[in-house]
Design a protein around this ligand. Structure first.
Ligand code: NDP
Ligand code: GDR
Length: 379
């Protein structure tokens, strides 16, 4: 780790970046990102730094390194023009959040920190409510306590999981919510408290209702990355079988890179509003599996039904996929399909990476990673 001490500002790590003239408009802006060590946090930090922002991130203390996704942004904090800094913090600790917001005096806060795994939220419901629900309230209150309501714009990482049990498709800003997990219920509170602070205190606070977005740095236990890692490992002879839960669930999957651009655009609007970001296409877990194996030239045939269903290599007959009920959720979200019309019309936002391109990028990255890690070692 480049630095493990704090300087007088309570900051740790920094990045020196050259600024081009076209980015000058954003030069004086300061952003604070909670969850900066996560998939979206890292992409967003990169985007804002490229736009000329000074970026502060909140990271959690961990017994092992948790900053891999932002390592390339680090620079010696002792140099001048350091524009990327991190602060230890946690969404469950109000005093710490108030102190960080006070020190940073951000123009924009992106609240991306969360216990973000739906299945894990069934096992840790209270913690999930505390960090994902109350954590959002703590940040909004920090802004208010510090009298920054007119200065600081607030982005809340809301989610398509809010739609839960299907009420209508495609799902848009006006579709009723019906959360189906402790995670979604916590995010429902966060959604409405953001709306309430906007209406009650005139804050520039917005929800981005984002449908699933992935990429090569997606957490390893989300289904897309679990698949691309396993297919790569199977292809290299390091693993035989991939165990999955519900193969029939359908998701509207985009690329995280596109979605962080949408987050930024939401905060650049004169008026704070809530927006759906989605691709407008939906695919099943089964289709994702087929495409991932297709990337390494293998065709999957599905045999059997229910918990006895298997995915077999059409050429060799090897069983590559098995259903394991331990990955079933107590209540499932069967179908997510978003309507991004409002974001297209008002933000000029649209996704640029297609579903096959997303799978290809994730597969190439995981194959290369496994090849690097195992080169020279016996399989
Ligand atoms: P990740 O799980 O990759 O990242 C979550 C981040 O939050 C990590 O930096 C994590 O830290 C941090 N974090 C977790 N708990 C706390 C806490 N109590 N205090 C401070 N930090 C905490 O999620 P994504 O990047 O995929 O998602 C970003 C946000 O967007 C999340 O709020 C998620 O719920 C939401 N979302 C995501 C979607 C997606 O498809 N990716 C879609 C819609 C919404 P650490 O690295 O230490 O674990
Ligand atoms: P999700 O993502 O719950 O949509 O939440 P995840 O990738 O975990 O699940 C997607 C679907 O795949 C099914 N599934 C499996 N899921 C996992 N994790 N592991 C498996 O083995 C497996 N087999 C089948 C699931 O049942 C589900 O239907 C993500 C997170 O990023 C949230 O934070 C975010 O809010 C939503 O996307 C939008």
């Amino acid at each position: 780790e480049p630095f493990s001490r704090t300087n007088g500002q309570g900051c740790e790590n920094g990045l020196k970046v050259k600024v081009s003239t076209e980015q000058e408009r954003a030069l004086s802006k300061i952003a604070l990102i909670t969850g900066v060590t996560g998939q979206d946090g890292a992409y967003l930090a990169e985007l804002l730094l490229a736009k000329g922002y000074t970026v502060h991130g909140v990271k959690r203390r961990s017994s092992s390194f948790n900053t891999e996704r932002v390592e390339h942004l680090y620079h010696d904090v002792h140099e001048s023009d350091v524009r990327f800094r991190m602060h230890y913090g946690d969404l469950t600790d109000a005093t710490n959040l108030i102190r960080i917001v006070q020190e940073v005096q951000p123009d924009e806060i992106y609240n991306l920190a969360a216990q973000s795994h739906v299945q894990v939220s069934f096992e840790t419901p209270e913690y999930t409510a505390n960090s994902d629900g109350l954590g959002t309230l703590r940040l909004l209150e920090a802004i208010r306590i510090l009298g920054l309501e007119k200065k600081t714009r607030f982005y809340q990482a809301s989610t398509s999981e809010l739609y839960g049990l299907v009420q209508e498709t495609p799902q848009k800003e006006t579709t009723p919510f019906y959360p189906r997990s402790p995670y979604a219920a916590a995010k429902l509170y966060a959604y409405w408290i953001t709306v309430n602070y906007r209406e009650a205190y005139g804050m520039h606070a917005s929800n981005g209702i984002l449908f699933n977005h992935e990429g090569p740095t997606r957490g390893e236990t989300f289904v897309t990355r679990k698949i691309t890692r396993a297919v790569s490992a199977i292809q290299l002879g390091l693993q035989k079988t991939l165990y999955l839960g519900n193969l029939d669930a359908k998701r509207d999957w985009g690329h995280a890179r596109d979605y962080v651009e949408g987050m930024w655009r939401i905060l650049q609007q004169d008026k704070a509003e809530d927006y759906v970001l989605a691709t407008g296409e939906t695919h099943s877990i089964r289709e994702f599996v087929e495409l991932a194996f297709g990337h390494v030239g293998r065709r999957i045939e599905w045999r059997g039904t229910g918990v006895d269903e298997t995915g077999v290599d059409a050429a060799t007959g090897d069983v590559l996929i098995q259903v394991d009920p331990r990955y079933f959720r107590p209540t499932e979200v069967d179908l997510l399909l978003g309507d991004p019309s409002k974001a297209r019309a008002k933000l000029g936002w649209t996704h640029t990476t297609t579903f096959p391109e997303l799978v290809r990028e994730m597969m190439s990255s995981d194959l290369a990673r496994f090849e690097r890690e195992t080169s020279g070692r016996p399989a």
